[in-house]
Design a protein around this ligand. Structure first.
Ligand code: URA
Length: 452
């Protein structure tokens, strides 16, 4: 067998066999198939796609290039553990994972003790205009995201969840191939995205998974057809490997919730779980996601309405806040310091209030443009290794569909240097649009569709 022939067949739109895919991946991992050959094959997949069978096989091979979490034996013979995770395809202001873990665990503990849920959450960093869960977690000083499999298993055993980054042992083929895709313009391919995401998720040895596929101006898949196609394939490949799966398709035209920027998003999560007032979009997405996770974990027996009622109760009574704090402290985060910093950090930063100059209705808060600005302010990274400033960010006082009057503050910007102000103001003028005298509300539901 030759790599050249495998590339030739894919380039011509033929299906590669399991033997060919094995030869290609194993050869690549051993250094016998060269980076230029793998790149050529990736580009052929980009243009020609994969059949369902190829996608399932390729995902499995990528997953098996690394380790799989061993499941601990059930502590009680009556209680079957259910391993579940949630994966979002990324956006701006998306902090739902940080809320979901303590919320779902608290709801189970208080109301459904018969459900023994484990959440081995392996997350990523922000790249491009999107934020990443690991960066948000690390905005609490001391928090450790570099955890090996043994450490992860200990946390799963003691508290039922872990929030960690990908290690060298988890789907190493994906790490190498992702880096190649990044520099060969082959990121935006549905089969390559599906195999990349699922190779890592299958390593978590899950029973169930909830996908949150974003669509809109700030999403990877900006049009709804591609988002739906991605959701269908993610779900199908998960099911093929025996993992129960649900995919939400949610709106990412405007940033999610009230804040964007790592530290400020953790503040928003803390307030959410204390039961303080919340933005409707974030609340709807969190409660819908949490209910589906509980529903899946019950073997689809628990009603979604019942699950959602309990999520509401736990949120409104601030019952998950202690576990939120514990989530940081159990991995080295100094949460008291975080609470103290909240009232003080702005002294070291500059603040700019972007105000409405006319009356009307907010028509657009362009998530991608705002995400790009946040990166330029130092809050995100353009290359993987870059250092970020966790504290810069935005607070949104108006959302799409809200009425505004001249002088109303729409966005408060926390930034570092006076010289950045012209750029910030110009970018905000491009990202935020007001429709004059529009009477109709422009608000649309955050969850567009659920594939269950
Ligand atoms: N996230 C991943 O892990 N892989 C992709 O290819 C895209 C998003």
């Amino acid at each position: 067998m030759q790599a050249k022939e495998i590339i030739f067949r894919k380039r011509g739109g033929e299906e590669n066999t399991r033997q060919e895919l094995e030869f290609l991946l194993n050869g690549f991992l051993r250094g016998e198939v060269k980076e230029y050959q793998m790149s050529a094959w990736l580009m052929a997949v980009y243009f020609r796609g994969m059949t369902a069978r190829e996608l399932s096989t390729w995902t499995e091979l990528m997953w098996r290039s690394g380790v799989t979490f061993p499941k601990e034996p059930s502590s009680s013979s009556h209680q079957k553990q259910y391993w579940i995770d949630k994966h979002s395809t990324g956006g701006v202001g998306d902090k739902t994972s940080l809320i979901l873990v303590p919320l779902v665990k608290t709801v189970c503990h208080k109301y459904f003790p018969e459900l023994s849920i484990r959440i081995p959450m392996v997350s990523g960093r922000g790249l491009g205009h999107t934020g990443g869960t690991l960066d948000k977690l690390e905005s609490v000083n001391g928090f450790q995201t570099r955890i090996d499999l043994t450490g992860a298993m200990k946390l799963l055993e003691s508290q039922g969840f872990v929030m960690m980054g990908q290690t060298k042992d988890i789907a190493p083929a994906d790490e190498l191939i992702y880096a190649l895709r990044d520099v060969t313009s082959t990121i935006e391919s549905i089969p390559l995205i599906v195999s990349s995401i699922l190779s890592k998720k299958l390593s978590e040895n899950l029973d169930g998974i909830l996908f949150d596929v974003k669509t809109g101006l700030g999403a990877f898949m900006s049009d709804s057809e591609s988002a739906k196609l991605l959701a269908i394939h993610l779900r199908q490949v998960a099911l093929d490997h025996g993992v129960d799966a649900v995919a939400l398709i949610s709106q990412m035209d405007e940033p999610l919730g009230r804040k964007a920027g790592n530290f400020m998003e953790v503040e928003e999560c803390a307030d959410f779980l204390k039961g303080l007032p919340r933005e409707a979009d974030l609340q709807d997405l969190v409660w819908t996601s949490a209910s589906w996770m509980l529903h899946l974990a019950s073997g689809r027996k628990l009603s979604l309405n019942d699950a959602q009622d309990k999520c509401r109760l736990v949120t409104e009574n601030g019952m998950a806040y202690d576990l939120f704090r514990h989530m940081f402290e159990s991995q080295g985060g100094r949460f008291d310091e975080f609470e103290r910093e909240r009232s003080q950090f702005k002294k070291n930063y500059l603040e700019f209030d972007f105000k409405a100059t006319q009356s009307g209705v907010v028509r657009e808060m362009h998530a991608r443009k705002l995400g790009v600005l946040l990166v330029e302010m130092g809050g995100g990274r353009v290359v993987k290794e870059a250092q970020i400033d966790h504290k810069v960010g935005f607070e949104f006082f108006k959302k799409v569909g809200d009425r505004v009057q001249p002088g109303d503050v729409m966005v408060r910007v926390i930034y570092r240097q006076v010289s950045e102000l012209v750029k910030i103001e110009t970018s905000l003028n491009e990202a935020v649009k007001i429709e004059l005298g529009h009477q109709k509300s422009l608000k649309t539901p955050i969850v567009r569709e659920i594939l269950s």
